[in-house]
Design a protein around this ligand. Sequence first.
Ligand code: PEP
Ligand code: MN
Length: 264
Amino acid sequence: ASRSPDSKNNTIIKIKTAGKEISIGDGNCTIIAGPCSVESQEQYLEIALILKEMGVDILRGGAFKPRSSPYSFAGLGTEGLKILAEARELTGLPVVSEVMDPRDLDQVAAHCDLIQIGSRNMQNFSLLKEAGRVDKPVLLKRGLAATIEEWLLACEYIMDAGNEKVILCERGIRTFEPLTRNTVDIGAVALVKELSHLPVIVDPSHATGRRSLVAPVARAAMAAGADGLMIEVHQHPEEALSDGEQSLTPEQFAALTERIRAMV
Ligand code: PEP
Ligand code: MN
């Protein structure tokens, strides 16, 4: 994952679907957006079409959800993946979803264009090694309490196993401060861009846990050199089955993307 000394070359990761080819790490801002979870076919296809109209590059949606409580909604599983594939067909946009268990990797890879490994699994070494054998780019989120070095070494597990297409995602780390849910490590974004040739994006939604903080942190991320953003958007955040408090409405999201596009 390291940049060779004096090299300014960055790895650009390309994702091609029937409707679109996108390049992550090419100096633009790649915008990944969607609800925390795929909740139903009706909910997901509706928000997917709204987001396509707004110029989103990649759609997100969790089918296998890591939840702190075993009693919380944990996603639709395989049915959720099928809905994501339908949204991809309908919009022509690539889709990303999380895999938590190596046994689900093949089905996630079959339905999605980008495979997400979440914070809680950043050091699940068996999952990392399996993801290294898949021919799809991987979005590796920073662990809840991972140092930058541990994060880059986790990335190297995937690369060493044969998959060099890794995108890093800063999503905040645990500190003593609960009011901002996680503490966004903006310095890490600038540093990882220095240390590594790989694209780095920021998830201001999980990083802050609060709708009002998503836009300012998104702008800070771009100012620090991020290659893109992952943002949770829901048509009715107050009814969302997960992470409603940090989800933007489509209107709020449109206002944010307008300001972000003006920055790059
Ligand atoms: C997510 O993006 O759906 C998610 C659960 O994020 P994190 O792994 O960063 O908590
Ligand atoms: Mn979420």
